[in-house]
Design a binder for this molecule. Sequence first.
Ligand SMILES: [Zn+2]
Ligand SMILES: [Zn+2]
Length: 311
Amino acid sequence: MGCSTFIVAILVLVSLHGASCRMLAADAGKERYVRADLSQLTGCRRGQNQAGLASLKRYLNHFGYLDSEGADEFSDEFNEDLEAALRTYQLNFNLNASGVLDEPTVQKLIQPRCGVSDIVNGTNLMKSGRHRHIPGVGHFVMHYAFFAGMPRWPDSQRNLKYTFSTDNQQYGAEQLRSVFSAAFAKWAAVSPFQFAEASDGEVADLELAFYSGDHGDGRPFDGPGTVLAHAFAPTNGRLHFDADEAWLPDATGTNGMDLESVAVHEIGHLLGLGHSADINAIMYPSIGAGVRKVDPNSDDVQGIQVLYGSK
Ligand SMILES: [Zn+2]
Ligand SMILES: [Zn+2]
């Protein structure tokens, strides 16, 4: 069954059950990808032409998997480049690297995730599966990664100060402070760093902010959508959250996004970690609604200690 036929079949089934059809988002032509588009692409493969594929291409371009198609907008054609990009994506996320938009791949694509690219200037930051043998302990497959060139904080900077540059309407300042204090403590426990909020007049190394949409750094947020937050490699120090997400201090079992979990992940970027292909690692790029994951696992700890040594 071709993917167009498949989509029609789904729409018919949805109509039969009396539910409303999900229409393509009206702004699909704009410079961003739309989750509603991606969810309708199940079954698509090379050689097909399907509305929504341009949106998928924008997504894969945003995260470093696909070069732009010249000056023009991306087309809805499932071409060779898209297939290759999809294969790389599937390898990074431990999916069957078929280059076909199977159900597990689509489900992964629509899962909320970090806005930091998985591939930068052709360097795959999720290069997975390096083997490491620790005598007397065992054999491990490590998945942690660094930004290209391994940027890190210099040895003279192990006491990092942070500041909040905008308020989030959803929180009292005290609640925000307690979430971030807990998130920073997770990394302080496994690295030589100490973190504290900058006092008035003190220069901060790290700046935490909540923004909506385009906020001037070339990485616009997408409203309540796929991208949750992003942060920059050392020693930039900027960490931005998408203010339009349904953030909760503890989202366990809810439909909201867990602020502390995403904070721990983004702080990992601030310290120099890239994305890990280990699904249990803090540095894995995506996280589901209602999921709380706040403790660095062995892969995260190995990564940070390769950069800075242990506590
Ligand atoms: Zn990330
Ligand atoms: Zn930003």
